[in-house]
Design a binder for this molecule. Structure first.
Ligand code: ZN
Length: 600
């Protein structure tokens, strides 16, 4: 075998030479801006389509929209890369602000088109969708139209959007600001330290139990001191949302998030139903873990504690070889695509200062390339992250032959390809682990994810649905919010917890996100959906890859129910489907129990 030597630094010059000061990038952005202004002007004359003669007009509008959108995303993606690779790049930060403003302009143009489409007479609309030109966009166009129909008039919606800047989104920003101001005082190794909330949160996985407990208590104290402020903030965000829903005549708070995720209520209920009925193995895992930590039952502050240190290290070249080897076992296309990504410098993995934390994958739709960002330091979890991001890039690759209109997939399916790719590598790592210690650490890593999706996210979902119901009747006090959270956690963790985290509602940013409501269940959906596809791939072998690719190509043109039925032959409104994915996670728990038995 030839020893490969892939670059650990990505190549961004293929897009715009010269980094954030690139003149080509400046020119590109100016062009997008000019096109947007002209498009806005043109849309003033965009009327409600009234006949088949309007087909060309709609096609022309879609073409323009696509042209602006792909060029803007191309620039936005590259600028995001500039920022991530060097957080001190001030020019990149300025450009990011500019791109944000251009995106806001673009979405207001899209809203105009949506409203006009919504007003089109039904028979005219049906005729239009039958045409060759528009039939390929039928799902998306219908979605735009149906959404518009569920909304208030153009004038009223416009007013809501305007008022929401100060009356809704501002509450979310105020939350971020206040959390940013909080300082946590802690004594670490005899030295008094002042930490941000993020830094204190990171101590939840510290190996020293006393430090975990102390940081947790210090955080709870901080949340308690400000609980009335956060309760008010949360109540007003919910209040605004509920008032808008009421005006639109929407009864259920889940209507909007389900619509965004192209999902039925039955599907969501079947998923949580299957999870609720299968908590026992995870409760057993939590009991085993607390015993390994020398405790009788699980404390909240021990949930992230390490039970066994992963010692296995792989340098970047070894990690790449490991990923490619196991991708190849799944299918030749995923392997060839990933090899190309390594060879062409699509990956930024170097461990150096001034890089942003975390990892991401971003797509450049004009160049039809992707870039992956992470800091690779050689742990097995780095190898998994790299596989995860390659999975995202493969999803974009699979969607390349698909028109831009049909590529806008929702959050619930966004993590399908990434989780899938990560699972291939994580499973292989467990199988090839050289020591029991290593195996236990890798298994625990996998099970932690299941606990997060089946228990932690479930608690958030239970809390949020119950809170919104109570909020309909009036303001909900901080004390009541604590009670609701505690009850949700006890239930979601199958009564395995000795201590809970009552102020979790104050500490979790996700409850205060105003762009997307119910930022919780799509995570669990995506994880389990992907696991079910993975379960199928295991039984079908490498012949599954073609089916997998056609599934990915359909992720943005149908409901999740239709997607599963068409490509997997599965009815996801039934619990049986979800149990298959959960069973894979239960196998991990069984193995963990078995290996830790042998240890004890
Ligand atoms: Zn991801």
């Amino acid at each position: 075998m030839i020893e490969e030597n892939y670059s650990v630094v990505w190549d961004l010059d293929t897009f715009f030479v010269g980094g954030s000061n690139s003149t080509a990038l400046r020119k590109h952005l100016d062009e997008v801006k000019n096109k947007l202004v002209a498009f806005e002007e043109e849309l003033k004359g965009f009327y409600t389509p009234s006949s088949l003669q309007d087909v060309n007009k709609i096609v022309h509008t879609i073409d323009k929209l696509k042209d602006i959108a792909v060029n803007l995303s191309e620039a936005g993606a590259v600028i995001g890369c500039f920022q991530a690779q060097d957080t001190t790049d001030k020019q990149a930060a300025l450009l990011e602000g500019e791109v944000g403003m251009l995106y806001a302009k673009l979405s207001s143009s899209m809203l105009t088109i949506q409203q006009k489409i919504g007003q089109t007479e039904e028979t005219v609309w049906q005729d239009l969708l039958q045409t060759n030109e528009l039939s390929t966009f039928a799902f998306v166009l219908n979605e735009w139209r149906n959404e518009a129909k569920l909304m208030l008039s153009e004038k009223e919606e416009d007013m809501i959007t305007n008022l929401s800047v100060d009356g809704y989104h501002a509450w979310g920003q105020l939350y971020d600001m206040s959390v940013g101001d909080i300082r946590i005082k802690l004594t670490l190794d005899g030295v008094e330290k002042v930490l941000s909330v993020g830094q204190a949160n990171n101590l939840s996985s510290h190996e020293d139990a006393a430090i975990r407990k102390e940081s947790f208590n210090a955080l709870e104290t901080a949340w308690t001191e400000k609980e009335d402020f956060f309760a008010k903030t949360l109540n007003h965000i919910a209040g605004f949302r509920l008032a808008v829903y009421e005006k639109r005549g929407w009864d259920s708070v889940l209507q909007e998030p389900l619509q965004i995720n192209r999902m039925k209520q039955e599907t969501l209920d079947a998923m949580w139903g299957a999870i609720s009925k299968n908590k026992a193995p995870f409760v057993e895992y939590l009991q085993r873990k607390s015993a390994m930590l020398g405790e009788k039952r699980m404390h909240w502050y021990d949930l992230d504690a390490p039970v066994s240190a992963s010692t296995e290290k792989m340098d970047f070249q070894q990690g790449a070889a490991f990923i490619l080897k196991h991708f190849k076992e799944f299918g030749p296309k995923l392997a060839a695509f990933s090899r190309n990504a390594f060879e062409k410098g699509w990956i930024e993995a170097e461990d150096r200062p001034n890089k942003r934390p975390g990892g991401f994958c971003t797509g450049m739709p004009v160049s039809e390339e992707s870039r992956i960002f992470m800091t690779y330091s050689g742990s097995m979890s780095n190898v998994s992250t790299l596989a995860h991001e390659l999975g995202h890039a493969f999803h974009s690759y699979a969607l390349r032959p698909v028109h831009w209109m049909n590529r806008q997939y929702a959050m619930g399916v966004a993590e399908t390809a990434s989780t899938f790719a990560e699972m291939i590598v994580a499973d292989a790592a467990v199988k090839e682990a050289k020591t029991d210690e290593e195996k236990i650490a890798l298994l625990e890593d996998k099970i932690q994810r299941s606990v997060a999706f089946f228990m932690n996210i479930h608690a958030r979902y239970l809390f949020e649905t119950r809170f919104y119901e109570e909020r309909k009747k009036g303001m909900v006090s901080a004390t009541r919010l604590n009670d609701l959270m505690e009850a949700a956690q006890k239930e979601a963790y199958g009564d395995a917890l000795e201590t809970t985290h009552p102020h979790f509602w104050a500490s979790k940013l996700h409850f205060y996100i105003t762009d997307v409501p119910f930022y919780n269940f799509p995570y669990t959906f995506g994880y389990l959906f992907s696991l079910s596809i993975y379960a199928k791939a295991i039984t079908e072998g490498s012949s599954f890859e073609e089916k997998y690719i056609s599934l990915l190509q359909d992720t943005a043109v149908m409901t999740v129910e239709d997607l599963a039925m068409k490509h997997l032959g599965e009815d996801i409104t039934k619990e049986g489907f979800w149990i298959k994915g959960i069973n894979l996670c239960i196998q991990d728990v069984n193995e963990f129990i078995q290996f830790t038995n042998a240890k004890g």
